[in-house]
Design a protein. Structure first.
Length: 133
């Protein structure tokens, strides 16, 4: 018995091409994106997030906002509590969070000198508190 798989092959090729385009977009974006699971653990991040945060993917995956709060600041210079991070707020409330200003200390630049204010344009909640970014 012979079966024509050309349609299935075209669908698989289209899915593969779409995944490649999404990967290219994620790898070349200037905005840092950090993906967190339902418990707030960091599960993935893009290269821009590594540059912005001054940390490697390997150094952050498995951690969470509370564990990393020692490197974050409020606008007044006080420590930004991890539980108040935009991602943690979205996980707790189930709502999209925008406009949270948080400074990030980049220690390799020098103590305090490498702090940059960032606005969380994400995360948004998807799949019923499955992940935030």
């Amino acid at each position: 018995m012979v079966q024509d798989i050309s349609k299935q092959r075209r669908v698989e090729d289209a899915v593969r091409a779409r995944k490649q385009r999404h990967r290219l977009l994620a790898d070349t974006m200037l905005h840092g994106v950090v993906y967190q699971d339902a418990q707030g653990r960091i599960v993935e991040m893009d290269p821009a997030a590594e540059r912005i945060l001054g940390k490697t993917r390997e150094g952050l995956v498995g951690s969470d906002s509370v564990a990393e709060e020692h490197d974050t600041l409020r606008e007044d210079g006080s420590t930004f509590p991890g539980h108040a991070d935009a991602a943690m707020l979205a996980l707790r409330t189930g709502l999209q969070v925008r406009g949270v200003v948080m400074g990030v200390c980049i220690r390799s630049v020098g103590k305090g000198a490498g702090c940059a204010s960032t606005r969380h344009l994400w995360p948004c909640l998807r799949h019923r508190q499955n992940r935030v970014w």
